[in-house]
Design a protein around this ligand. Structure first.
Ligand code: ADP
Ligand code: S3P
Ligand code: MG
Length: 173
């Protein structure tokens, strides 16, 4: 069985995915970490030296690769993963358990202002401009995120509570 977490940068995919895999005794895979290991480069260096298009190509290839495994897996994607090519279709084809972690623009901007350094798409955006950037970007991406089987509203909730909500919704089909 595979559980896939999608959502904007800073929505908690990595944090919640890891904790949930521990709790369910599933394997855990963060697609960004898989790319970093496989390419032997940090995400920001891939963007800087090889470009975003190269990153998206690799992200697509590694997504296909990790979804073909048989094991019980929690997969945390990157914020852009479902928004390129056929990636969202691929996710939906491989699992009924795709969850969109939905977080408000305000909370995303607050979280991301402290963690811009490793996220090349927002690295150079001043904190004051982050809410506007996140708002526009999220609007474009919501089309893809909303295709998930379930949307979890995550504002003002602890990861543990979000995990409990997800557990109730998991289907083993
Ligand atoms: N439910 C939550 N409530 C408050 N902070 C959270 C929550 N989930 C994640 N965070 C924090 O938000 C930041 C981004 O989380 P992360 O898991 O890296 O998001 P993503 O992988 O979606 O980009 C981290 O500092 C993390 O501790
Ligand atoms: O939203 C995006 O396009 C990206 C999100 C990042 O992952 P997180 O969502 O885990 O920050 C990472 O894949 C890369 O920096 C691009
Ligand atoms: Mg992440």
């Amino acid at each position: 069985m595979k559980i896939v977490l999608i959502g904007y940068m800073g929505s908690g995919k990595t944090t919640i995915g890891k904790k949930m895999a521990d709790k369910l005794k599933f394997d855990f895979l963060d697609l960004d970490d898989y790319i970093i290991e496989s390419e032997g480069m940090a995400i920001r260096d891939i963007f800087k030296e090889k470009g975003e298009l190269y990153f998206r190509k690799k992200e697509h290839e590694y997504l296909d690769e990790v979804l073909t495994t048989e094991q019980n897996l929690v997969l945390s994607t990157g914020g852009g993963t479902p928004c390129y090519g056929k990636n969202m279709e691929t996710i939906l084809k491989n699992t009924p358990n795709a969850f969109y972690l939905r977080v408000s623009i305000k909370e995303l901007a607050q979280r991301l202002s402290k963690e811009k350094e490793y996220r090349p798409l927002i690295k150079n955006i001043p904190d004051d401009d982050l809410p506007e950037f996140v708002g526009k970007h999220l609007f474009e991406r919501s089309f893809f995120y909303s295709k998930a089987a379930h949307t979890i509203m995550c504002d003002n909730k602890e990861p543990e509570d979000i995990i409990k909500e997800i557990e109730v919704l998991i289907t083993s089909a």
